[in-house]
Design a protein around this ligand. Sequence first.
Ligand code: DX5
Ligand code: ZN
Length: 231
Amino acid sequence: DLYYILYLIYCKNAYYLIFFKGMKSPMLAPSLLSADFGNLEKAIKQIEENNGSVVHIDVMDGQFVPEITYGQPIVRSIRKLTKLPFDVHLMVDNPEQQIESFAKAGADWIDFHLEATNHAHRLIQMIHDFGKKAGVAICPGTPISALSELLESADIILVMTVNPGWGGQKIIPSCVKKVVDLKNIRQKKGYKFLIGVDGGVNSETLAYVKDAGADVIVSGSAFFNNTLNWS
Ligand code: DX5
Ligand code: ZN
C-alpha cells in the first residue's frame, strides 16, 4: 500500500534527489442503489463532486437476490453523463449471459458472484476478451479459499460485508477480516488484484475498512445521506 515519489531538483548548480514515501488512499465507489432513481443525473453529479472515483452499479435480477433493480438500458443512458468508470456489480444468476451486453452498454469493470456460476475462470476470460476489468464478488458465507485459483487473473475481489440484496444493512465484522487475509496472500504471491469492500460502510465503519486495507470502498446509503465523512 506504499508508494514512492522521486523528484530530481536542480538548485544552485547542483542536482538534488528528493524521495517521498506515502500511503495509497482507497478509491470511493458510491453505489447508485441508494440514489433517487428519478434523478440519476443529479446522483452522478453528486458522485463526481464528492470524491467518487468509480460509479458502483448494483444489478439485481430477482433470482440471485430477491429484488430487481436496473439493467443494460439504464447503464447505456447514464453512460453519457460521466467519464468516471462504471463498476457493474452483477447480483444475478447465469452471469455469463449478461457479460457481453453490459460490456457493450458501457461497463468498465464487471463483477460477478462466485456463488452464481460454475465457470468463474471462464467468466474472467470472457470479461477480459471484451477489454474490461474482471471482478469476483463473494457473499459473507463464502471463504476466500474458494477464490484461490482466480486470484492471479481477477482484477478485483469484491468482498461483500453484508448479504447482497439491499442497501443500508449493518456491516458483518468477520467479513472485514477477509480483506486482511487477501492482502497478505496478494503480497506473498505478488498478485495484482484490487480488494473492494461492499456493504455497511458508514462514518462509523469507514476507518475500520480503510485500516483493513481495502483499495475500493463502496458506499450506498451513507454516501447518499451525506453522512459518510470521506476525506
Ligand atoms: C448490496 C449492494 C451494495 C449496496 C451497499 O447488495 O451490493 O452495493 O448498495 O449499500 P450500503 O452502503 O448502504 O450498505
Ligand atoms: Zn454492490
